[in-house]
Design a protein. Structure first.
Length: 253
C-alpha cells in the first residue's frame, strides 16, 4: 500500500530540487556572457509577478509546506535573476558612456577629460554598489517576511478540520498567478521570433522548469484526489500545466 502523504512529499522535494537547479544554467550563461540580453525583461517581470501572487496565495490558503518552499524559492530566484540582468545592463551602459567620452589621443599627464572620466567611473561604481546592497536587502526582507507569515498561518493558528476550505482571496491570488505564469512566456517567445535566435538563453533552464512543473503537479495529485482538495489547488495545477505548453515552445524555438 502506497503512503500517499510520503510519496507526495518525496515528489514535492524532487520538484524543489529541479527548481533549485533551474536558474543555475541561466545564471551561469549570463555570467559567462557578462550579459542578460538573451532574456526578455518583460518575461522576467511577469514571471516574478506570478511568483509573488503564487506565494501570497500559498500562504493565505495555508497549502503544503513543499508548495510554500517552492513559491518562496521561485520569488527569490526570480529576483536574483532580474538583479543579475539589470546589473549587467547598467554596467554595460556605464562602460559605453566612459568609452564614448575618452579622448582619441591619451595625454602623458592627467587632463580634464581623464579626471572627468575617473569621476564618472567612481560614480558608476558607487551606483552599482548601492544597487547591489538594495537588491540584497530586498531579497532578505522578502525571505524573512514570507517565512514569518507562513509560520504564523501554518503553525500558530488552529486550522484543524478546515484544511480543504476554499478561501476567496487566496484563490484569486492563485488564479492571477496562473494567468501570469501562462502569459509570461509570450514575451520570450516573441523576442526569440523577432531576433531569429535564442542566443543567451539557457536550454537547461526550461528543461528543469518542465521537470519541476510535472513533479510539482504530481505531488498535489499524490497527496489527495479528494474533490475539495483538488479544487483548492486547481489554480496551481492549471498554472503549472499551462506553462508546460509554452516551455516546450521556447525549448523547441
Amino acid at each position: 500500500m502506497i503512503d500517499h502523504g510520503l510519496a507526495s512529499s518525496v515528489i514535492g522535494y524532487l520538484s524543489i530540487l529541479c527548481w533549485l537547479i533551474v536558474f543555475t544554467p541561466q545564471l551561469y550563461e549570463n555570467y559567462k556572457r557578462k550579459s542578460g540580453d538573451g532574456l526578455s525583461m518583460s518575461f522576467l517581470i511577469i514571471w516574478l509577478a506570478g511568483d509573488v501572487f503564487n506565494l501570497l496565495g500559498v500562504i493565505m490558503q495555508d497549502l503544503l509546506v513543499t508548495m510554500f518552499i517552492l513559491a518562496l524559492y521561485y520569488t527569490i530566484a526570480d529576483m536574483g535573476l532580474i538583479w543579475q540582468v539589470m546589473y549587467y545592463q547598467q554596467k554595460k551602459k556605464d562602460e559605453l558612456v566612459v568609452i564614448e567620452e575618452e579622448p582619441l589621443l591619451q595625454a602623458p599627464y592627467p587632463t580634464y577629460h581623464t579626471i572627468l572620466n575617473d569621476g564618472k567611473e567612481k560614480r558608476a561604481d558607487k551606483k552599482i554598489w548601492l544597487y547591489n546592497v538594495m537588491s540584497g536587502f530586498l531579497i532578505l526582507f522578502v525571505l524573512a517576511l514570507s517565512c514569518y507569515t507562513y509560520y504564523c498561518t501554518h503553525w500558530c493558528n488552529d486550522n484543524s478540520g478546515d484544511n480543504h476550505k476554499l478561501l476567496l482571496l487566496p484563490q484569486l491570488m492563485g488564479w492571477t498567478s496562473a494567468l501570469l505564469y501562462v502569459g509570461s512566456r509570450i514575451p520570450q517567445i516573441y523576442k526569440n521570433y523577432k531576433n531569429r535566435s535564442t542566443d543567451g538563453l539557457s536550454f537547461g533552464m526550461f528543461i528543469c522548469a518542465v521537470m519541476g512543473n510535472v513533479l510539482f503537479t504530481c505531488s498535489i495529485f499524490l497527496k489527495s484526489t479528494d474533490t475539495s482538495f483538488l479544487l483548492m489547488n486547481l489554480s496551481w495545477i492549471v498554472g503549472s500545466c499551462g506553462t508546460l505548453i509554452f516551455d516546450f515552445i521556447v525549448s523547441r524555438s
